[in-house]
Design a protein around this ligand. Structure first.
Ligand code: GLN
Length: 485
């Protein structure tokens, strides 16, 4: 018999609704799995099993009296960037490693309202800054696909992707500022969607770069992502950038055919240094969509080469401003000094890790008088050109297909990455443009590399058109038939 923890959310819901299993049984199965396996992967940094079991008991009652909700009894993991009431929330930074919020983020509250249960909080790069989960103050996450060498799970939502991949939760929440849902999903052989900016409320999500941050689900398949996004999305007046647009039932696009759909392939994404197998899978995915009746069109996104440099100006700029509050006076663990200045210095020196400090320095520099116009303002202008590229491209196509990453998961501690941060930043080449333009994009597994590691494909949609992504991704998923762990 298949283990309960191997099932997708939709399969589990079917069993729960048929009363073949109870929410308590399912939750207990996940708890056991986490207890036995978490030390291998370091995915959870805090567990909340008692709360999960209490929730399961409530779910059980609703199944018995027929008032069960859309995600009743589904046990999920939450990226430790979402504030969860009475559950420690750390952003994986020492500066707030004992913070227990008194309130719930909008996204996690939506999930609770729909009957989901939280098994615990998942590891991430410190304040979501990174692409390998190695900047976490709790140490790196180990990719469940690792063989003899321990590989990174990707980042920043490394814990969220690894936990889903290793069946330590049914689905998880992630956040994506420049690829943090899609890149770890690709590295761990799971599916994740970054919705349109404004689709999910940022209320209660610890801020990294506010104009780019967006929450989304990481799941075992496309249908599960639709189910979770249905719950997570929606207008919230506590986030001024939350969009007051209606949320369709994303599951209604699952199974729709894609005949006549125009799929764009951007010329500029065939970059030097791209892994040859990824190029081959990209062609294969293109053919699969064509065979399902889609029309393939060549498109151009001419400013692609400026996306990384502008992202790595804008994101640190916003981060330096957002992280100013952790000074030991207003927020953050205080480290005393002989005077006010020393207190600030000691607090921030000890509280923040190396990558976060690097971003604060870059961000402060590009925002400072004399450099603001040359860097920050310039980057914002480039951002507009990147958005214009997508607007032009979407006159010719309905959805864009690209690889998610130029490489597969690399070893933890890989020197080429850790000694030169630029190499790490280059991994984000396919993902950051989407955040700069505010668009929705999904990563789904396309197959294994010759080293037996998962590779991902990315589908980018028009603003608020996650629907087309879901219907295209589902058809691709059927043809790929990827074997999960
Ligand atoms: N890897 C990117 C960065 O380091 C993206 C991170 C994210 O999306 N949170 O900024």
């Amino acid at each position: 018999m298949t283990e309960l923890t191997n099932l997708t959310i939709h399969e589990t819901l079917r069993k729960l609704r048929a009363r073949e299993v109870s929410p308590i049984e399912v939750t207990e199965a996940y708890i056991k799995k986490i207890e036995e396996n978490n030390s291998k992967y370091n995915a959870y940094v805090t567990t909340s099993f008692d709360k999960a079991l209490d929730g399961a008991k409530e779910s059980e009652k609703r199944y018995i009296n027929g008032t069960n909700k859309s995600l009743d009894g589904i046990a999920i993991g939450v990226k430790d960037l979402f504030c969860t009431k009475d559950i420690r929330t750390t952003a994986c930074s020492h500066i707030i490693d004992n913070f227990v919020p008194k309130y719930e983020s909008n996204v996690t509250q939506n999930l609770l309202n729909d009957g989901a249960l939280f098994l615990g909080k998942l590891n991430l790069d410190e304040f979501a800054m990174g692409g390998s989960n190695e900047t976490s103050c709790f140490g790196p996450v180990v990719n469940p696909w690792s063989k003899d060498v321990k590989l990174v799970a990707g980042g920043s939502s490394g814990g969220s992707a690894a936990a889903v991949s290793a069946n330590l939760c049914a689905g998880s929440t992630g956040t994506d500022t420049g690829g943090s849902i899609r890149q770890p999903a690709a590295f761990c052989g799971v599916t994740g969607i970054k919705p349109t900016y404004g689709r999910c409320s940022r209320y209660g999500v610890i801020a990294f770069a506010s104009s780019l941050d967006q929450a989304g689900p990481i799941c075992k398949d496309v249908t599960d992502c639709a189910l979770m996004l249905n719950s997570m999305a929606g207008y919230d007046n506590r986030d001024a950038t939350s969009s007051n647009v209606s949320v369709p039932d994303f599951t209604s696009f699952i199974g729709q055919d894609i005949r006549g759909l125009k799929v764009g392939i951007p010329d500029e994404y065939r970059i030097e240094g791209m892994n040859e197998e990824i190029a081959q899978y990209w062609n294969k995915a293109t053919k699969m969509l064509e065979e399902r009746g889609a029309e393939i069109v060549r498109i151009s996104l001419p400013h692609t080469k400026y996306a990384l440099p502008s992202y790595y100006v804008i994101a640190p700029a916003e981060a330096s401003s957002n992280l100013a509050r952790y000074d030991g006076i207003r927020y953050g663990n205080r480290v005393d000094g002989n005077n006010m200045e020393e207190l600030y210095i000691n607090t921030r020196t000890q509280g923040f890790g190396k990558e976060v400090k690097r971003r604060i320095l870059i961000g402060t520099y590009v925002l400072s008088a004399g450099f603001y116009d040359a860097y920050y303002l310039k980057a914002q202008k480039v951002r507009r050109l990147i958005k214009n590229d997508f607007d032009e491209a979407f006159k010719k196509c309905d959805v864009i297909l690209t690889p998610t990453t130029p490489v597969e998961a690399f070893a933890i501690g890989d020197k080429t990455m850790s000694e030169n941060p630029i190499n790490m930043y280059l991994n984000d080449v396919y993902t950051v443009s989407v955040n700069l333009a505010g668009l929705p994009a999904m990563s789904l597994p396309i197959g294994l590399s010759k080293n037996g590691l998962p590779l991902g494909m990315q589908l980018i949609g028009k603003a608020f058109d996650e629907a087309t992504i879901f219907k295209t991704a589902y058809q691709l998923e059927r043809d790929v038939n990827f074997k999960r762990i």
